[in-house]
Design a protein around this ligand. Structure first.
Ligand SMILES: *Cc1c(COP(=O)(O)O)cnc(C)c1O
Ligand code: SF4
Length: 454
């Protein structure tokens, strides 16, 4: 490729200083200077929670995204730093007592393991279902195939993130759950699977965060897809939170330009490349480096779509979503999904009842222009599929949730309206009951059959 790329001429780049990546985890928590403005007992609480749930934060997030004058309420602080309420009080007390007693690492790890088991580390049947096999019946590591058109791929070098989100639904893999480390380094197996499945139009590279990978590793998976035998794989999606946690990846990192060239080659080769950017708060878009990263990505011809869950303590106000969507659209990003926080990990701290989630979504939608009304949601990624809360209404005197699948394990379920009894407190699909005195949702028997015989 010898085109003169516009992204090398970005006039604002001159004002951006490169940064080297510096990161802290639960063992180096005490070395984060900014934390010393907090009371000692709050720092201890963080240690306790970080013994159980993953913790990782980098200096850019600490310096540029968190407003320390607003801690602990600051949304990015809540997004990245452990909070006492993320564990059940009893679990918290047990770990706190053990740490106070001066227990050693092994003992702490033992209790941590026990407490993690109670946090539903494997939601939505990820381990049993969705596992593709090769023609000999061998499970192919690092792939998930749940919906006909889309294959998820977890490259082994991309199974970490530049920081961890406190609410992450893949948290278990970051604290060493090997069963969940659905990683693959077998390029040929992955490509073979795609060749054998002409129904697959989308490959979604995910993690962790695939943008933690070196460009040359990413290229080894993506570049072969330009060959004619992969013409059916039209859409390459790359899931990432690097635009938030490490925008330098796209601007000043040593292989940032190589990455942009790779994306440009894929686009020029006829692929639709979609960067699926994970965003939770408009503050993530606020820095000059984050804006530069977005501009440079867009210059390559990729599209950027955004998705992220609705979370108590972080973004549970309609005005935050309206501003997030408005600023995204202004920056050329297409809002795609608002998710409901999944039933795993620290969900007790973050969950928002479905009824409230829908009213936040609706109010936010009402205050933005049509271009910003492209996000679907609130959607639950549950075992049978992605179920969207379409609204609360009354039918023949019964108050109900109107629901629909936006993705289904059986494509035939998609877009069929169905109804659940209204429940002000329900936070997940499994807490909903069918409306109108019925005892099963229309998909339940079929889904039970799929679970019984995957
Ligand atoms: C969300 C999701 C997809 C992609 O669904 P789209 O509606 O096409 O964005 C694919 N696989 C899994 C397992 C998912 O959860
Ligand atoms: S960026 Fe995504 S995978 Fe990584 S910690 Fe956050 S939610 Fe989890």
């Amino acid at each position: 490729m010898n085109s003169v790329l516009k992204f090398f001429r970005d006039p604002e780049l001159g004002s951006i200083e490169p940064r080297s990546f510096k990161v802290f985890n639960e063992r180096s928590l005490e070395r984060i200077d900014a934390l010393y403005r907090l009371p000692e007992d709050v720092r201890f609480d963080m240690q306790v929670v970080a013994s159980v749930l993953p913790f990782r934060v980098n200096q850019y997030v600490i310096d540029e995204l968190i407003d320390w004058s607003r801690v602990p309420d600051d949304p990015i602080f809540q997004l990245t730093f452990p909070q006492r309420g993320m564990l059940e009080p009893e679990a918290f007390e047990r770990m706190a007592a053990l740490r106070r007693s001066g227990a050693g690492r092994l003992e702490i790890a033992g209790l941590a393991q026990e407490l993690r088991e109670s946090l539903n580390p494997h939601p939505a049947g990820q381990l049993e279902l969705n596992r593709p096999r090769d023609p000999e019946g061998q499970v192919i590591e690092g792939l998930q195939h749940k919906y006909r058109e889309t294959v998820l791929f977890f490259p082994s070098q991309g199974q970490t993130c530049h920081s961890y989100c406190t609410f992450c639904f893949r948290w278990a893999q970051f604290v060493g759950d090997k069963a969940l480390r659905m990683a693959s380094s077998e390029v040929e197996q992955v490509l073979g699977y795609l060749r054998a499945h002409p129904d697959v139009s989308d490959l979604l590279v995910t993690g962790g965060d695939p943008m933690v990978m070196k460009t040359r590793n990413l290229a080894q998976y993506l570049e072969p897809l330009l060959a004619p035998e992969y013409d059916h794989v039209q859409n390459l999606r790359i899931g990432t939170k690097a635009l938030t946690f490490w925008p330098y990846r796209f601007v000043t990192d040593p292989d940032a330009d190589d990455l942009l060239r790779l994306l440009e080659r894929l686009v020029d080769g006829g692929k639709n490349v979609a960067v699926m950017a994970h965003y939770n708060h408009w503050r993530e878009l606020d820095t000059a480096i984050a804006r530069a990263a977005i501009r440079r990505l867009r210059e390559t011809g990729v599209t950027i779509r955004s998705q992220g869950p609705l979370l108590a303590h972080i973004n549970d106000r309609p005005e935050d979503w309206a501003r997030l969507w408005r600023e995204q659209v202004g920056a050329g990003i297409h809002p795609y999904y608002m998710f409901v926080e999944r039933d795993t990990g620290a969900r007790r701290y973050f969950e928002v009842p479905l009824a409230r989630a829908w009213s936040i979504y609706r109010e936010a939608m009402q205050s933005v222009s049509g271009l910003a009304r492209t996000a679907r949601g609130p959607s639950m990624s549950a075992g049978p599929g992605k179920v969207e809360v379409q609204g609360v209404t009354e039918i023949h005197g019964e108050k109900v949730f109107a629901l629909r699948f936006v993705q289904g394990r059986n494509p035939d379920w998609v877009q069929r309206p169905f109804f659940a009894r209204y429940d002000e407190n329900a936070t997940w699909l499994d807490q909903l009951r069918p409306a109108f005195g019925e005892n099963r949702f229309f998909f339940e028997d079929e889904y039970a059959g799929m679970v019984a015989a995957p």
